[in-house]
Design a protein around this ligand. Structure first.
Ligand code: DX5
Ligand code: ZN
Length: 220
């Protein structure tokens, strides 16, 4: 299966958002990764619905929304209306995860679950068949530009094994600190989707950086 690269808009230039969205449209990237933070679940606030609406107006690719918010269920309908294709909630923010997954799918979106670095992948053993994508956080959520946590490789392998054992159809996404230094190793460990924020948007030539990362991912 072809590997997926999802530039994280959190690292874009918000004063030139349309330009950066079009850069992704015209690049070899596959998805838009959109981080929504509430200042409660994580110690930072990113942006909310009006900004997502503005992005969606120009975006021509799959929209992967990562909710770092408490009580996410109350907003599922809104995010579906705003054009989210994948909606990812945090395991740590959902008291009734199984119900949340059903509600996301009932709104016509794919359902993702994100795990903080301290959360064990085995906790998803009873729900993995209901999950379209697991997002393994390779930094503590809340900020771009942090260092990749090395233990992530082990988590990818363990999760991949669980997915294979249960014959589940679940993608593995890695979010945080992804660069050309770890992309290949992550794919080899079993990752399907790599999110990259500051590595892409901080590059001198983001379009070329995306092309180079994609080549590295598909040659692994
Ligand atoms: C962090 C966000 C990430 C972030 C990744 O909480 O979930 O998506 O944008 O940024 P980099 O690639 O800079 O670590
Ligand atoms: Zn994210």
């Amino acid at each position: 299966m072809k590997k997926i690269l999802a530039p994280s808009i959190l690292a874009a230039d918000f004063a030139n958002l349309q330009r950066d969205v079009e850069m992704v449209n015209n690049s070899e990237a596959d998805w838009f990764h959109i981080d929504i933070m509430d200042g409660v679940f994580v110690p930072n606030i990113s942006f909310g619905m009006p900004v997502l609406k503005a992005i969606e107006k120009h975006a021509t690719k799959f929209i992967d929304v990562h909710l770092m918010i408490v009580n996410p269920d109350q907003y599922f309908k809104t995010f579906a209306e705003l054009g989210a294709n994948m909606l990812t909630v945090h395991y740590e923010a959902c008291t009734h995860l199984h119900r949340s997954l059903q509600s996301i799918k009932a709104e016509g979106m794919q359902a993702g679950v994100a795990l903080n670095p301290h959360t064990n992948v085995q906790l998803l053993k009873d729900t993995i068949k209901n999950i379209d994508m697991v997002c393994l956080m390779s930094v503590n959520p809340g900020f771009g530009g942090q260092h990749f946590i090395e233990n992530t490789y082990q988590k990818v392998r363990e999760l991949k094994q669980m997915i294979n054992e249960q014959n589940a159809n679940t993608l593995i996404e890695i979010d945080g600190g992804v660069t050309n230094q770890n992309a290949q190793q992550l794919i080899e460990a079993g990752a399907d989707v790599l999110v990259a924020g500051s590595y892409v948007f901080g590059a001198e030539n983001p379009t070329q950086t995306i092309a180079d990362l994609k080549q590295m991912m598909n040659n692994s």
